[in-house]
Design a protein around this ligand. Sequence first.
Ligand code: GCO
Length: 461
Amino acid sequence: MILLYFLILIYVVIIAYFNLKYPELRWKWDSINDSNLKFPKNFFWGTATAAHQVEGNCENNNWYDWENSVDEKGLPRIKNNQKSGIACDHWNNYKQDTELLKKLGVSHYRLSIEWSKIEPLQGEFDQSVLNHYSDLISYLIKNNITPYITLHHFTNPCWFDKLGGFEKKSNIKYFKNFCKTVFSIYSKEVKNWCTINEPEVFSVMGYFTGIFPPGKKNPQLAAIVHRNLLIAHTEVYQELKKMKNGDSSSIGIVKNVMQFDPARRWNLFDWIACRVSDLVYNEMSFSYLKYGKIKINIPFFIKLFYEDKQAVKATDFFGLNYYSHIHLKFKFDKYEFFENVYLKNDTMTDMEYTIYPEGLYRAIQRVKLIGKPIIITENGIADKKDDRRKLFIRRYIYAMLRSIKEGVNVKGYFYWTLMDNFEWAEGYDMKFGLYSVDFENQERKLREGSKEYIKIINESK
Ligand code: GCO
């Protein structure tokens, strides 16, 4: 009997510890005044896109192959068998799209350049593609839009994938070579660079859930790819800094942060699922960037140790992509240990997550511990009906401002995304755009809800 009481006591203490250490922040929105959001003078506003999602005709990369393949059951990889195709034809429409940026009143644009177009074959750089990006960059600058360029946003050239992609640490040199080449061409005009977009999403989706290419389901390999992407970031940073214009450039990494909250705050298994997920998804990058260390030991799943003290210095800013949190519920299943559940009172977005502005505040609180300036490199909502966008925009931006008022150095905000585009495995059904796109005729239209963003930009001045 005493033993039983003792075990219960231990259980209660552990649960209390988790509850206190990882509270799920909830604000009383009724009593919050989120009108009139004033920002520091030099705070900047922007929107973001990625090449494969908007440009069109990306036919030399892993996603093109993926979109044109089927899974083990013969089913298409992308919802409704959609393909990125010509997407928003941003390649040809970039001048018109620059006008869209100007109408919003943003001063910054985060875009990626497509490695597979620039270097379609190993070591062969396509001059006409390089010229295209030169024109695009100059055009943005001429129109007073500051570009932030992402060097890797989910897509690999096919030749690089055939060599094993980021599964092999020894392949990082190919990516470095590409980065150095483009940096030597554009760094006179482009001062802001994002190395890798979301290493955790790339590795988890591509190597753990298998929803992204190459569709593998191997936790250890996922962790290795994640590590290699972090190393690639550090090495690219170090190389570019040594180059001409390196000193005057701001180079950072972009990471998605998501909180894992337990579906049942009294359930130890839910807590374990959350802490393990957080370790692999978030803490791995945080510990690498803050201490230069990776230490993961999850028996039977992942064992990974790595140390490089230089990594601590190798980023000028932290690019934070934030969308939402998820609630995990443990289940006894040999293959899937937990499931996502949604709380009754939460408002869903069209993606499988809820509106949770407090989470952006929480993410910023955590990222600030790395000690680098923060830029919100992505934040947005998929909302086809456009009936939640307005609320989403104001509340998330309020949450960001609250952190700034408390002294956190958040320098700018990029809304995801400028216009509807190819949402990876979700295809074209997810409408994240401030502008809707009619994919029949490429017509763009500002959504009603997006006017809230324009309003905030104006009121912030
Ligand atoms: C992401 C990607 C974007 C997505 C966006 C919406 O960083 O996951 O950067 O490409 O489209 O996050 O899901």
